[in-house]
Design a protein around this ligand. Structure first.
Ligand code: SF4
Length: 244
């Protein structure tokens, strides 16, 4: 087991946010009728993808009947259908669908995570819950630091969570903090290890990309089209030194 597997295991056992623990477990008990015969995950959903990922995708939080049911990020819900189709289209995933943890899906050089690992009521975590979960994102960023060279953040909530986490993990985040927007690209240098472990800058920097979230509200209304998503993902993949 590598350090990231160990982190994922520890995330999966976290009970730091009482409101979210109650909600995720209640949803897992009551279920949606269509999934009544399934055993819900009902726990924090860890990141998904290889430990040497060059590209990190950062969402918001798992969906009650998606990740909270299947135990894998963006798996088993409409947002994930859009995201994984786009990842497949640009050559970053082995298949266009993501329905269950054992469906054989592989990501190529990409890892997907979220700043809040538990499904929140109405898909809305509180700022306090985002703060409580930040240490997990910081640890994940530190472990990915040797390889990660680009990150795509889906939505303003994730953006607000990611900037301080990057700073804490050892990147030099510009001040004033860059604002979120679809298609925004920010080059971020590395400062030191964040934990004092190493120094440097420049070559180990990271390109940060903003992208509208793949929520149904955005995709059904055409605010985010598949072409827009593919464009951000393929540009970020190039920045990360991946793919086509
Ligand atoms: Fe723990 Fe994060 Fe879930 Fe809160 S949201 S219980 S900090 S994993």
């Amino acid at each position: 087991m590598d350090a990231l597997d160990d982190l994922d295991l520890r995330v999966s056992g976290c009970r730091a946010c009482p409101r979210l623990v109650d909600w995720r477990e209640e949803v897992a008990r009551t279920k949606r009728a269509a999934f009544a015969d399934q055993t819900y995950w009902g726990r924090p959903v860890p990141g998904f993808g290889p430990s040497d990922a060059r590209l990190l995708i950062i969402g918001l939080a798992p969906a009650a009947h998606g990740g909270n049911r299947t135990g894998r990020m963006f798996t088993g819900d409409r947002s994930g259908d859009v995201l994984y189709q786009a990842l497949y289209d640009v050559g970053l995933a082995s298949q266009p669908t993501s329905v269950a943890r054992d469906d054989g899906l592989e990501l190529y050089g990409v890892r997907i995570t979220a700043p809040v690992h538990c499904a929140p009521p109405d898909n809305k975590p509180t700022p306090g819950e985002r703060e409580a979960c930040r240490p997990w994102l910081v640890q994940e960023l530190r472990l990915l630091r040797p390889t990660v060279r680009a990150a795509v953040v889906l939505g303003a909530f994730g953006w607000q969570a990611t900037l301080p986490a990057l700073a804490e993990a050892g990147w030099r985040v510009p001040r004033p903090r860059p604002a979120f927007g679809h298609g925004v690209r920010v080059g971020i240098d590395r400062s030191d290890g964040g934990d004092g472990s190493d120094g440097g800058g420049g070559p180990d920097g990271l390109d940060l990309f903003g992208c509208f979230h793949v929520s149904q509200r955005n995709t059904f209304t055409g605010k985010l089209t598949p072409a827009m998503l593919r464009e951000v993902l393929s540009t970020a993949a190039q920045a990360a030194g991946l793919g086509k």
